[in-house]
Design a binder for this molecule. Structure first.
Ligand code: AMP
Length: 416
């Protein structure tokens, strides 16, 4: 079922959103992008005359009640965003009465799903290597079904709008869908857009296709790097992983970030790129700092000749120019991961150069997708989020989708 074709009048809808928003030490929301992202779906349900039950996780409470992660903290913000009162169910697994009493136009927010271990469905207090693990897992999967059924019993229709968790087969993201008929379950507007954006990148690729992968480590990105190698014309690898590549090729990297156990992997990536005819672009110079801090002393030096006591924290001017040159003519662009420690204002130049080149390429007709928490934070920091084609709310989910994996959250609804 497509959400646009559904009339929620007189129906109760249970919607999985990703309200895992960052909070400061006083419980104030520091970035409400995720709440704003879900509004089109939530408003459609209410405007149609439906009743709304909102469910989400927050943080990693690991199956236990921990008020630090209570969704009660964001109740007022949700009410403000929706422009109406929001009722609150302090236990998501004990909300039958509150759900039954809900009238059209009313909103009920459920407490953090992950206060119950059934949400993630992982056995608690037992390691994978322990003898009874398989039995415990089986028992937890049965409990997960009951928990999902309970959540499903609150509503007539299920909507999944939580792209950020779509790569997880959790109770609220996938298992719950089993308890709804095909015409009673659907993706929300945000999910639909995300799936479409990935589709744009993977099918009907306009060339040249340039992917920019940054961030701290090569180990967390290896799956997508290998997958992209079959698709892209240019692959820019930047950020902290630059130095693992530099060291693997015999360079001197001082105190820069390095994954010693990934040196062979780095060489393998270089070799594969050559074999596949992918133009692999790595940083040649960097901005080195004498400490990991915004106020560190800095100098520009070759990325493969950094003195001891210094560490590469951003892309140097020659590298920035090389990146820009590759990005500008691209017609399809994917960016995940910053080119430096962009959280420090003095080390944003590499990420900024990438963002600006992407914007310019987009202005010339490229489709540009920026995804993953930190690259999104970058485009937000530079005020350029509206100037790229699409900013994805998904980190892991986006990468897995681009790796070509089927996302359980999407499959559960589309029946793939
Ligand atoms: P990831 O979570 O792997 O996408 O990495 C994002 C993080 O990588 C950000 O917090 C950046 O500060 C960090 N990062 C980027 N470049 C470097 C670098 N050269 N050295 C250390 N950290 C970096």
């Amino acid at each position: 079922m497509k959400i646009n074709d559904y009339n929620f009048a007189g129906k109760k809808a249970i919607v999985r959103v990703d309200f895992n928003v960052p909070l400061d030490e006083n419980g104030n929301i520091t970035d409400d992008t995720r709440i704003r992202g879900a509004l089109p779906t939530l408003k459609k349900i209410l405007d149609d005359g439906g009743a709304l039950i909102i469910m989400s996780h927050m943080g990693k409470p690991k199956g236990k009640v921990n008020m630090k992660y209570s969704l009660g903290q964001i109740r007022d913000a949700v009410a403000k965003a929706l422009g109406r009162d929001v009722k609150f169910a302090p236990d998501c697994a004990d909300a039958s009465e509150a759900a039954a009493e809900l009238k059209p136009g009313e909103v009920l927010l459920l407490e953090n799903l992950r206060f119950h271990p059934e949400e993630e469905g992982k056995p608690v207090g037992i390691e994978k290597t322990d003898p009874g693990y398989d039995a415990a897992k089986k028992e937890m999967k049965a409990r997960q079904k009951d928990f999902s059924k309970k959540l499903a019993s609150y509503a007539d229709v299920y909507v999944n709008d939580a792209f950020g968790t779509a790569h997880r087969k959790h109770a609220s993201t996938a298992v719950i869908a089993d308890y709804f008929q095909p015409d009673q379950k659907m993706l929300g507007f945000l999910m639909d857009k995300e799936v479409q954006a990935v589709d744009n990148i993977l099918s009907d690729i306009k060339r040249p296709f340039t992917a920019i992968m940054g961030g701290s480590k090569v180990s967390t990105k290896i799956g997508i790097i290998e997958n992209l190698m079959d698709k892209v014309d240019n692959l820019i690898l930047c950020g902290g992983m630059t130095y693992t590549f530099a060291k693997a090729q015999g360079g001197k990297i001082g105190d820069s970030l390095c994954e010693e156990d990934k040196l062979d992997l780095a060489l393998d990536i270089i070799k594969k790129a050559k074999e596949k005819g992918v133009n692999l672009v790595l940083g040649t110079d960097c901005i080195a700092a004498d400490s990991f801090s915004n106020d560190a002393k800095t100098m520009v030096c070759p990325a493969n000749d950094i003195p001891d006591g210094w560490q590469g924290l951003d892309a140097g001017p020659a590298t920035r120019a090389a990146f820009t040159e590759v990005i500008l003519p691209a017609k399809t662009i994917l960016w995940n991961g910053p080119a430096g420690v962009f959280e420090f204002d003095n080390f944003t130049a590499g990420s900024r150069a990438i963002a600006e080149a992407i914007v310019e390429a987009t202005n010339h007709g490229a489709f540009s997708l920026v995804g993953g928490g930190d690259s999104v934070a970058c485009v937000n920091k530079f005020g350029l989020a509206d100037s790229v084609s699409y900013v994805s709310t998904g980190g892991g989910a986006l990468l897995e989708a681009i790796e070509g994996k089927v996302l359980p959250g999407v499959a559960a609804i589309k029946g793939e």
